[in-house]
Design a binder for this molecule. Structure first.
Ligand code: SAH
Length: 459
């Protein structure tokens, strides 16, 4: 069958794509259909065709899937954030579990996977879980001041102050900032004209400490903001407000934050805990966005590492040292490696703050630092933990890891496909998979996070 643009076609949705879209098959041809749910029968309009697959949008839902639910958020469909809110949470978890399972089976070649996989760790309350938000400020088509989210694949701002996955305090913060802007005629930034003042409202919340940070990103400086003290007084009425800062971003860019931070009230950072470890978080710090599930994930990594206090551990792609410090509680020595210098600055501050003397950090590429330290200094590891970005681990790094012969490798991954690829490589070099855990870090999005324990098979 030939498919053409604009053609209408009836299709049953039988799978979920990487971005949370529905996938239907007609004569072996796959159609990726946004907003369609597994189990739906839809009338779809084809938007774009390729040789073996195409893209379509829902024209009409002929028979809704039994897994469809009413999204909690009224703008779920327009917003570019959550892609799975219309799918029951139970089904979301099933999808994520199967995604990891299928990748590890097909790409990773793992046998008897059922016995190795733990039941997925979902959230008890999969809403209001994020600790960091970045709201663009601008005008709608009637010239009204708005804040909320960019509509999918665009820079049109959808008016929305009560995002269902952000901490609830954001609504009050946004209302106060917009109220202040209206009262004092403070302008919002216009991307096209590169004019106007307020670009973004960035917030961070410490879920354990209750501390809140508001960072106003402006196309200007602190001195350009009229009646700033009024805004500060108003924001301070919110319980937990410990940090108000201004971030200057004068560039014509899609990057949200600039590099310059000016303190306005309190500290230019907040504190939070994951388990017993305390972390200092500034406006520019990288920090996991779902603190509840991060604790679950790191506890799993720690459990898989099986530390007794005698081990030397390497934590590669360590970011601000979050996993390193978690492991340091139970290890003799932990070495962290991370490419971003600022992240390592934070890691060192956090290690000091927690009085952890058994950690050491390196700035650099994991695939350069580890081979160098191994070849020059003969460094050793009982356990190696990796938590790479989506593209997975570098081949040279995997080679060095194998040469170092750690007893265990704990692989934390945000992309099951590259995880499975790397697991296969390590498998061919003598590391077998013992256990797999999937943790839902990003409820209502298609992202999947997992931890795999591998250990050396005795030859
Ligand atoms: N483990 C950390 C961060 C994981 S995100 C945490 O849980 O918070 C992946 C990290 O890998 C990022 O901080 C990124 O800056 C870093 N990174 C990317 N490529 C790298 C490379 N080649 N070598 C070392 N670090 C790298």
């Amino acid at each position: 069958m030939e498919f053409k643009k604009n053609q209408l076609i009836e299709v049953n949705i039988d799978d979920i794509g990487n971005e949370g879209e529905g996938i239907g098959h007609v004569d072996g041809y796959a159609l990726f259909i946004k907003d369609a749910v597994v189990g739906d029968k839809v009338l779809a309009r084809i938007i774009k065709t390729k040789k073996n697959y195409g893209f379509a949008r829902v024209e009409e839902i002929i028979e809704p899937s039994s897994h469809r639910v009413e999204p909690k958020c009224s703008v779920a469909r327009q917003c570019g954030g959550c892609t799975l809110q219309h799918l029951s949470y139970e089904k979301q978890l099933e999808y994520k579990f199967n995604k990891v399972k299928n990748c590890l089976q097909r790409i990773g070649g793992i046998q008897g996977i059922e016995d190795k996989m733990e039941p997925i760790y979902g959230m008890d309350e999969p809403f209001y879980y994020r600790n960091k938000a970045q709201f663009p400020v601008g005008y709608d088509k009637d010239g009204k001041l708005v804040t909320g989210f960019y509509a999918g694949r665009s820079h049109n701002i959808i008016d929305c102050k009560n995002c269902a996955i952000q901490h609830k305090v954001n609504e009050e913060i946004l209302t106060k900032v917009l109220g202040y802007m209206e009262k004092h005629h403070v302008t919002a930034y216009d991307e096209k004209k590169h004019q106007g003042l307020v670009r973004h409202i960035v917030t961070r919340v410490g879920f354990v400490t209750g501390e809140i940070m508001v960072c106003l990103v402006v196309n200007g400086h602190k001195k350009d903001i009229p009646k700033l003290d009024e805004l500060v007084t108003s924001l301070r009425e919110i319980q937990g407000m410990t940090s108000i800062v201004i971030n200057s971003n004068l560039e014509k860019t899609n990057r949200i934050l600039g590099n310059e931070i000016q303190e306005v009230y309190g500290n230019p950072y907040i504190y939070d805990y994951i388990g017993n470890v305390k972390y200092q978080i500034g406006p520019l710090s990288f920090f996991q966005v779902n603190p509840v599930q991060t604790k679950v994930l790191y506890e799993k990594a720690l459990e898989y590492a099986q530390l007794t206090g005698e081990e030397t551990v390497w934590d590669l792609y360590c970011g601000i040292g979050t996993i390193s410090l978690f492991l340091a509680q139970k290890a003799k020595k932990v070495y962290g490696v991370e490419i971003v210098k600022e992240a390592i600055d934070d890691a060192r501050i956090n290690a000091d703050m927690n009085d952890m003397k058994n950690v050491e950090f390196f700035v650099g590429k994991a695939e350069q630092v580890l081979p160098r330290e191994y070849e020059k200094h003969g460094v050793y590891a009982d356990v190696i933990v990796v938590d790479p970005p989506r593209k997975g681990c570098d081949g040279t790094l995997l080679e060095t890891m194998v040469k170092m012969e750690p007893k265990r490798i704990v692989y934390v991954s945000c992309d099951p496909a590259t995880l499975a690829r790397d697991v296969k490589i390590l498998g061919d070099e003598g590391y077998g998979v013992d256990k797999i855990a999937v943790v839902d870090q990003f409820s209502h999005s298609g992202h999947v996070e997992s931890v795999v324990l591998m250990s050396r098979v005795d030859k």
